[in-house]
Design a protein around this ligand. Structure first.
Ligand code: PGA
Length: 258
């Protein structure tokens, strides 16, 4: 039945920070994580991940080396290499030291017209390169108000879930678009309802055992003040955090809520 899933606290820095900011933020988190690991009884109950802008991957990987913090890309291209100016391949992310790639964030779906099929292809490219894909889905306010929150998430999940998805290579992030960067957070009831739906849909797609092990993150205005309540929900296995991932106090505060 209830599988033990390791909480993932993932920071999505989006297009924020310069080289010096990235170094100091990652460095400070690394110091905190090292201190936590050094305490005999306090092996971190969570996995920490930071996803900086692509150009800052190098300095961030260096800053967290050996500190027990994973690094991820915010996107990857579906192709392995080639004439795709400005894009980043999953293989390059891997070679830089990344473990994860976020795919299908709603800002990419909106800014770059990414469809479910494109998101699925990107997630499969991430797998091929040896990365875990964090596949984002979530409804808009309009869809929620029209009573279509469940059907929207079901459709996006079905369309974006990579072939061969397992609990090891895939994480789902439920991010209601109306909660991203708005300060409006989903209520525990709203979050749990969609997370449970996602797990039930995953069970149909990849089998109950694998679905029970797969992590489903909540994203959208998660802060130290609301994290404990959200992270305690039965089907919430971590957070994908934007604004609050940009300061040590907030991001560490969320991790402390685990
Ligand atoms: P937010 O962003 O925490 O600033 O709402 C979350 C996200 O977009 O991943």
């Amino acid at each position: 039945m209830a599988a033990k899933r390791r909480i993932l606290i993932a920071g999505n820095w989006k297009m924020n920070g310069l080289k010096k900011d990235a170094r100091s933020l990652a460095g400070a988190l690394g110091t905190k994580m090292s201190k936590l690991k050094a305490k005999p009884q306090s092996k971190p109950e969570f996995e920490m991940l930071v996803c900086p802008p692509a150009a800052l991957l190098g300095p961030v990987v260096d800053a967290v080396k050996g500190k027990g913090i994973a690094v991820g890309g915010q996107d990857c291209h579906a192709n392995e290499a080639g004439a795709h100016t400005g894009d980043t391949s999953a293989a390059l992310l891997k070679s830089m030291g990344c473990k994860y790639a976020i795919v299908g964030h709603s800002e990419r779906r909106t800014d770059h017209g990414e469809t479910d099929a494109m998101v699925k292809a990107k997630a499969e490219a991430a797998h091929k390169a040896g990365l875990s894909a964090i596949v984002c889905i979530g409804e808009t306010l309009k869809q929620r108000e029209a009573g279509r929150a469940k059907s929207t998430n079901k459709k996006q999940l079905a369309g974006s879930l990579p072939a061969g998805a397992t609990a090891k290579n895939t994480v789902i992030a439920y991010e209601p678009v109306w909660a991203i960067g708005t300060g409006k957070v989903a209520t525990p009831e709203q979050a749990q309802e969609v997370h449970a739906l996602i797990r039930a849909e995953l069970a149909k797609a990849i089998g109950e055992a694998e679905a029970a092990k797969m992590r489903i993150l909540y994203g959208g205005s998660m802060k130290p003040g609301n994290a404990a309540e959200l992270l305690a929900l039965p089907d919430v296995d971590g957070g994908l955090i934007g604004g609050a991932a940009l300061t040590v106090a907030d991001f560490w505060g969320i991790a402390q809520a685990v």
